[in-house]
Design a protein around this ligand. Structure first.
Ligand code: ATR
Length: 268
């Protein structure tokens, strides 16, 4: 029987995950299906339990359910525990296992696809919501020094407090960034959705800098700003999407898909 998988979110109709996983499955000869399922906002747990009872092998979880998924799991990977969020579920016997492949996806895209070495680099992480929290530990573990900037400083401070004593993670207001320069600036805010730019100063990018927007599928004000300000490399988050999917695929199927060729196809 064909193994069934799905991505659960709300809204979900624009998700590119079914296309990505069908390309992975075809490429590796895996007998599986993968569909997008919209869960009611107040019915996430019921949706997951129903899919498990119907014999699905696993799910991806996206906005706004990653924290609920985290709470639902019987066992968590270290990365999921660090992020306090789960984007990949595995149904095994009567257990629900939870992993988080978002951070690994970002790292793979930056280091492998964009050829940007992270160790010892100074990063500015914009935003302190779920998207920022999900990549903070992986960036820290990759040896990156991190300034978290957010309109609401308290939220950035709460995230930075997890790294107290490390001397490499700090929270700042946007108006404290003037005169500072970074090797890497990651936009993890949802500002692009409303076509807005976080209040960034001029001359933020060091020579060779990478500007990365975790959003994909649209030319955001952040991407335009980064080009105007002379960032050496400017990237949207499509590669992160493909790479987090590849990690999830590997967890489920024990086979590594060729993510680079899928990313190239998606770009074309
Ligand atoms: P997500 O899960 O996508 O991270 P979220 O948890 O709602 O969504 O967080 C949204 C983030 O984008 C927050 O950091 C938010 O800043 P505040 O905490 O100060 O609200 C940030 N954000 C949204 N719109 C923004 C804008 N126009 N400029 C700067 N930051 C913005």
């Amino acid at each position: 029987m064909t193994d069934q998988y799905a991505v659960i979110g709300n809204p979900i109709s624009h998700s590119k995950s079914p296309l990505i996983h069908s390309m992975f499955a075809q490429q590796t000869g895996q007998d599986m299906s993968y569909e997008a399922i919209e869960s009611p906002l107040d019915g996430f747990t019921a949706t997951i339990l129903r899919l498990r009872d119907e014999g699905y092998k696993g799910c991806n979880v996206t906005v706004p359910f990653k924290f609920e998924a985290f709470k639902l799991c019987n066992r968590l990977s270290n990365r999921a525990r660090d992020a306090k969020a789960v984007n990949t579920l595995i149904f095994r016997d009567d257990e629900i296992l939870g992993a988080n492949t978002d951070g690994a996806g970002l790292l793979a895209d930056i280091e492998k696809n964009l050829n940007f070495k992270l160790m010892w680099k100074d990063a500015l992480l914009l935003g302190a919501g779920g998207a920022a929290a999900g990549v903070l530990w992986p960036l820290f573990n990759a040896g990156v020094g991190i300034v978290i900037a957010n309109r609401t400083l308290e939220k950035a401070q709460l995230l930075a407090d997890e790294f107290k004593g490390s001397g490499t993670v700090y929270a700042r207001r946007y108006d404290e960034l003037a005169g500072k320069q970074f090797d890497l600036v990651i936009n993890a805010t949802s500002s692009g959705l409303s076509d807005e730019l976080p209040p960034l100063p001029e001359a933020l990018f060091k020579p060779g800098a990478l500007a990365y927007d975790m959003m994909y599928g649209r030319d955001t004000p952040f991407l335009r700003y980064a080009r105007e300000q002379g960032a050496t490399t400017v990237s949207d988050g499509l590669g992160m999407l493909v790479e987090q999917a590849a990690e999830a695929f590997f967890l489920w199927r024990n086979v590594r898909p060729d993510s680079k060729s899928v990313l190239e196809k998606m770009r074309a």
